[in-house]
Write a protein that binds this ligand. Structure first.
Ligand code: F6P
Length: 323
């Protein structure tokens, strides 16, 4: 192999730059040329890519976001879009592609792989919902950002004896909410995997006050049926009977921004180095992930169209600890 390309796709995740750096430097170390593709699959379709040198990826390890840019690209799901992408790769003599991203991105990687082009994915999403990796790039940093917000909210909640709700991201996965709830000591956690109605949450918050707590905090996943908006509406409509109201904070994209922590820098570096190693071994059509502490590869056929299940025992644990 002489030439490979790397792109970042879908929602950015803290640590993507460390992954780009590791693909470029380990690729060059193997004697390859490494092209960086701009704006994910959109850049592949538009043919926007250029060779990267060792110095081009200097000083990026500690930066959030992705220096390559990212995009959500519905055009790539059409065969015509993918044929255009393959044409641009072929024009430059690029023989393999590394796709750094989450579920949607790995679906694109798989589709390209099924057309016969060598592709290896790197597991990167703050949602941690990807089959083939116990933990994905960006999760740890996003979780720490959510925790900083929760810790701050708890101090003001205690001062005023108020109930607070924090909504975290995760699309249709409750992983971030559940972990933030456990690590932040929430009184209640609401996730998409298990429907919880607002009346139950209100009862849990009231019970916390009755146990003598000065604050009551609920962490809600954005994908839950009763997310921040739905929960806030219920509390507003039932204010009289509940006897207290709820202050709502939606963290949103704040969780995806900022510098990656040590864990994500190291994870991203190991997975990306694993991607060039997999290509060097002749592996294609697989996802590089982290399973039981090891860098592993899983066929993309076993990854796409699935969602990693959440360990619901941890929700029971969160409820016990909330007491
Ligand atoms: O997949 C990562 C993620 O941040 C999800 O948690 C969230 O639902 C989604 O991306 C938001 O997407 P966008 O940045 O396109 O609004």
């Amino acid at each position: 192999m002489k030439r490979i390309a790397v792109l970042t796709s879908g929602g950015d995740a803290p640590g993507m730059n460390a992954a780009i750096r590791a693909v470029v430097r380990t690729g060059i170390d193997r004697g390859w040329e490494v092209f960086g593709v701009r704006q994910g699959f959109a850049g592949l379709i538009a043919g926007v890519m250029e060779p990267f040198t060792l110095r081009d990826v200097g000083g990026i390890l500690q930066r959030g976001g992705t220096i390559l840019g990212s995009a959500r690209c519905p055009e790539f799901h059409s065969p015509a879009g993918r044929r255009t992408a393959l044409h641009h790769l072929g024009e430059r003599g690029i023989e393999a592609l590394v796709v750094i991203g989450g579920n949607g991105s790995q679906t694109g990687a798989h589709q390209l792989s099924q057309m016969g082009f060598p592709v290896v994915g790197v597991a990167s999403t703050i949602d941690n919902d990807l089959v083939g990796s116990d933990i994905t790039i960006g999760v740890d940093t996003a979780l720490n950002i959510a925790l900083e917000a929760i810790d701050r909210l708890k101090t003001t909640a205690s001062s005023h004896q108020r109930a607070f709700l924090v909504e975290v991201m995760g699309r249709d996965s409750g992983y971030l909410a559940l972990m933030a709830g456990i690590a932040g000591g929430a009184e209640a956690v609401v996730i998409p995997e298990l429907e919880t109605d607002p009346a139950t949450v209100a009862a849990e918050l009231r019970a916390a006050y009755e146990r003598g707590k000065a604050h009551a905090l609920v962490v809600v996943a954005e994908g839950a049926k009763y997310n921040a908006e739905a929960m806030a509406a219920h509390f507003r409509d039932h204010k009289e009977e509940l006897g207290f109201d709820l202050r709502v904070t939606t963290l949103g994209h704040v969780q995806r921004g900022g510098a990656p922590g040590a864990f994500d820098r190291i994870l991203a570096t190991r997975l990306a180095a694993g991607a060039t190693a997999a290509l060097a071994r002749g592996e294609r059509g697989s996802l590089v992930g982290h399973i039981r502490g090891e860098v592993t590869t899983t066929p993309l056929t076993e990854v796409v169209g699935k969602k990693k299940p959440l360990d619901l025992h941890l929700l029971e644990l969160a409820n016990v600890l909330a007491k």
